[in-house]
Design a protein around this ligand. Structure first.
Ligand code: PMP
Length: 398
């Protein structure tokens, strides 16, 4: 009996599918502004110098490939917590935080989703509109209901904070609110500190559980600065969840290194809740891959490597910002009248260009310029040498 016969094909992933198409495109002048991967001025995604150094140390020192514990190493967990909440965080001192290494930010999100579903019941997860394409998939896969809250104002190209508040006021006590720690994907627009305060108070007043997706720490203003929203929340609410990722800020994309972090009201509740997290990880991947997390731990715990890493993150951040400025100027130079200055004000790898589906399709077909259908552009894919053809293409389809 042929049992696979009745299976129909799944749709290609909107972002990773685009990368496949890009790779298959024979045109040599092609430009990929799709997937969120950092590229340097030469268009490459090199291994960070600090990662290479840490790997050399690990290679010399490593004595076993035996399994890690389910949550990974305690050293990694502590390093993650210090990065998120600050080295002198009282939450750490009070042992209110528990961290499990997870396979990438996506793995951490999935563990969080399972934790919410199993331990918090049939609650709704509130997700910004728009958001990273995989959010609805990950929470949906755990059997959770998702609803969206307004976030973006297409007219002002800014946050629609009134809509955010109006929509989140519909949430019921116990519901979960997913927030992007910084560099909101896809809009590049983050709440101000005052807005973070307002959101934290709303969650506290309504009894909502905040869940941070923190995939770009260091890409907005700085490693410490970018954690401000999370830390404002941690000061106000008794409980929260974080799914963080080192794919971007350590360039460890294919090592799959992220973390699930839980903050509880006290140490005892943290330990009990975390025991459930461990049982979730056990039945999905059992225990995490070691290499990437060992690199991160090595760098963060070595003062010299850490300072060098912070500089590498700053260099990536600055290059992207430089491309934002050059993009806006080059569009003008190509005769585009429309105001694109909002691109300069946005954070991180992405901006919402405002290009529509037809324009995105034309860019791809006529100019070999690849952009996600929503009009999200990965600014990190821009270089000084592809800027002019890119802007000429955009000017032609506007
Ligand atoms: N969250 C957001 C908002 C992201 O943009 C990404 C990566 N594109 C992730 C999570 C997942 O990152 P990872 O590759 O570490 O799974």
């Amino acid at each position: 009996k042929n049992m696979f016969e009745k299976i129909t094909a799944a749709p290609a992933d909107p972002i990773l599918g685009l990368t496949d198409d890009f790779k298959a495109d024979p045109r040599t002048h092609k430009i990929n502004l799709g997937v969120g991967i950092y590229k340097n001025e030469a268009g490459n995604t090199p291994i960070l110098a600090t990662v290479k150094k840490a790997e050399a140390i690990l290679l010399a020192q490593e004595t076993t490939k035996s399994y890690l514990g389910i949550p990974g190493t305690p050293e990694y967990g502590l390093a993650v917590q210090q990065l998120l909440f600050g080295a002198d965080s009282t939450l750490i001192a009070e042992k209110r935080i528990q961290t499990a290494q997870a396979p990438g930010g996506t793995g951490a999100l999935r563990v969080a989703a399972e934790f919410i579903k199993r331990q918090l019941g049939d609650v709704t997860v509130w997700i910004s509109n728009p958001t990273w394409a995989n959010h609805h998939g990950v929470f949906g896969a755990a059997g959770l209901d998702t609803k969206t809250y307004g976030y973006y104002n297409a007219q002002t190209k800014d946050i629609d904070f009134d809509a955010t508040i109006v929509d989140l006021n519909q949430a019921k006590s116990g519901d979960v609110v997913l927030l992007h720690g910084c560099c909101h994907n896809p809009t590049g627009i983050d709440p101000t500190n005052t807005q973070w305060q307002t959101l934290a108070k709303l969650c506290l007043d309504k009894g909502l559980l905040p869940m941070f997706d923190f995939a770009y720490q260091g890409f907005a203003r700085g490693v410490e600065e970018d954690a401000q929203g999370l830390r404002i929340f941690a000061d106000q609410v008794p409980e929260l969840l974080v799914a963080s990722s080192f794919s971007k800020n350590f360039g460890l994309y294919n090592e799959r290194v992220g973390a699930f972090t839980l903050v509880a009201k006290n140490a005892e509740q943290a330990i009990i809740s975390f025991s459930q997290v461990k049982s979730i990880a056990r039945v999905i991947y059992s225990n995490p891959p070691a290499h990437g997390a060992a690199i991160v731990t090595q760098i963060l715990n070595d003062a010299v490597l850490r300072a060098e890493w912070e500089q590498e993150v700053a260099d990536m951040r600055d290059r992207i910002q430089e491309m934002r400025v050059l993009f806006v100027a080059t569009l003008k130079q190509c005769g585009v009248d429309a105001d694109f200055s909002f691109i300069e004000r946005q954070n991180g790898m992405f901006s919402f260009s405002g290009l529509n589906k037809d324009q995105v399709n034309r860019l791809r077909n006529e100019f070999a310029i690849y952009i996600v259908g929503s009009g999200r552009i990965s600014v990190a894919g821009m270089t000084k040498s592809n800027m002019l053809p890119l802007c000429k293409g955009i000017a032609a389809v506007l």
